[in-house]
Write a protein that binds this ligand. Structure first.
Ligand code: NAG
Ligand code: NAG
Ligand code: NAG
Ligand code: NAG
Ligand code: NAG
Length: 410
């Protein structure tokens, strides 16, 4: 990975407009929105704004936020529609899933990709990039080649990444906003809400392929990976960065694919379930940009959840270490029942999803059974698997139209 290309100069809340032609417009827009300390500067020509958003005809800004533990995250913002209409609806934050980044939301055509559809419908669209992804590799003192850089699991996305991004959007726009998460992007939001955090800045949250309980997961690759991670935890912990295109993961995949009865000709489907509605041209663009690296510790944390069936913090594996991290011998649980009953939630899940399994989603829905009826919309789509929700050529009609109807109510 080209870690050394990363520019570490960006400090606190640096707002960088990366639009070349649209630069002047971007600047005046930022200023008129009262974003403090905004700077417009050159950015690498291969940023997500430059390579994926502007070519489709949209204004795109990059905003940098620094988390309390020093990670410098980049967010893309699309504040104007294709027809140059300034957003007149609230902001929406789109949070990608595991081994993905903001490209998730801009991979298809403008009529098929959620970020563009929202911008064209008048929303002020913000795209998250979690720590460790290509746009968010910078840190105030660490480099991705330091093992300490990868010393995190999704607990830290809940505790640091989400709050930093939420506060930035809230501060920049002065508005409460909507949240859309896919996959791990749903788990971290649910975990924050369960601690009574963050929803104060939100109008609503839409959770696509919701992940919370994962012990009934049907993906053979995820199950097999979970066993390998827990069985060889020390080996994997020696590899702090989990690099899907790296050698160690290649070997893992190779071993997996050589098992009898496993056909890896379509790895995406092996991992996520038989996606009904993904165009092969979409897959080609996907493979140019994804998958992204994550922390090995994050993978082990997810493996613990598959094994244990709990939604809890990372298990350090022995009483003393748990005690020193948490002040108790077992990792604290995230209590899904304590998500506030009056917070507007939209959940959309699919019958063919191998990661967000129907049986696991039922367990989550059972935790939400006391949710106010008019604050919970649950949508089930029989033919959808995990990636259809973000890459499906028909997701616009199937998922995004009802989702926007839900936003309009909140
Ligand atoms: C694996 O699946 C592909 C596509 O479904 C098929 O063309 C191929 O023959 C299969 N390979 C084996 C070894 O079954
Ligand atoms: C799949 O992609 C091709 C090329 O972009 C396009 O012509 C075709 O209409 C797409 N199919 C669907 C169902 O969107
Ligand atoms: C990651 O970012 C670098 C530099 O911005 C770029 O050259 C590279 O193409 C990106 N990689 C992927 C997989 O998107
Ligand atoms: C933390 O410590 C315990 C006791 O040593 C250990 O069995 C476990 O792996 C950790 N978590 C739990 C759930 O006990
Ligand atoms: C989870 O939260 C619910 C509702 O606040 C509460 O009744 C329940 O006791 C909690 N469960 C645990 C294990 O703390």
């Amino acid at each position: 990975m080209a870690h050394n290309l990363i520019n570490f100069t960006a400090a606190v809340l640096l707002c960088v407009g990366v639009c070349s032609a649209a630069e002047a417009r971007t600047r005046s827009y930022s200023v008129s929105n009262g974003i403090g300390r905004s700077l417009v500067s050159e950015s690498s020509s291969d940023s997500i704004c430059n390579s994926m958003v502007q070519p489709q005809g949209y204004v795109c800004q990059e905003h940098k936020v620094t988390t309390e533990d020093g990670y410098i995250l980049t967010m893309q913002r699309i504040p104007v529609s294709r027809s140059s209409k300034r957003a007149d609806k609230p902001p929406v934050l789109l949070q990608h899933g595991l081994m993905m980044d903001a490209v998730t939301w801009v991979l298809n055509s403008p009529d098929q990709s959620l970020a563009f559809i929202l911008a064209d419908n008048g929303y002020d669209v913000w795209l998250a990039n979690s720590r460790g992804t290509n746009s968010s590799l910078a840190h105030t003192s660490l480099s991705p080649s330091d093992p300490a850089y990868w010393e995190w699991s999704w607990d830290e996305l809940v505790a640091y990444d989400l709050p930093a991004m939420f506060q930035h959007i809230h501060g920049a726009t002065g508005q409460k906003f909507h949240y859309v998460g896919h996959s791990l992007g749903t788990l971290i939001a649910l975990a924050a809400f369960s601690k009574q955090e963050l929803f104060g800045m939100l109008r609503s949250a839409a959770l696509l392929s919701p992940i919370a309980y994962v012990n009934q997961i049907s993906s053979p690759l995820a199950k097999s990976a979970a066993d390998i991670f827990l069985g060889e935890q020390l080996y994997w912990l020696g590899l702090h960065e989990f690099e899907p295109k790296g050698e160690a993961v290649g070997k893992l995949l190779n071993d997996f694919c050589n098992q009898p009865g496993i056909n890896c000709s379509n790895l995406m489907n092996i991992m996520t379930g038989p996606n009904c509605c993904i165009n092969s041209s979409t897959m080609n663009v996907f493979l140019e940009h994804e998958p992204q690296a994550t922390a090995t510790k994050n993978m082990i944390h997810l493996a613990q959840m598959i094994r244990m069936g709990t939604v809890a913090m990372y298990d350090y594996g022995n009483e003393d270490d748990n005690m020193s991290h948490y002040g108790q011998s077992t990792p604290p649980a995230y209590n899904m029942t304590s998500i506030p009953n009056d917070f507007p939630l939209y959940l959309s899940y699919g019958g063919k999803d191998a990661l967000s399994d129907v049986k696991d989603v039922q367990v989550l829905l059972n935790c939400l059974k006391d949710h106010n009826g008019d604050k919970l919309v649950v949508q089930y789509r029989d033919d959808y698997a995990h990636a259809d929700f973000v890459f499906g050529f028909n997701a616009h009609e199937v998922i995004y139209d009802p989702l926007m109807a839900f936003f309009r109510l909140h």
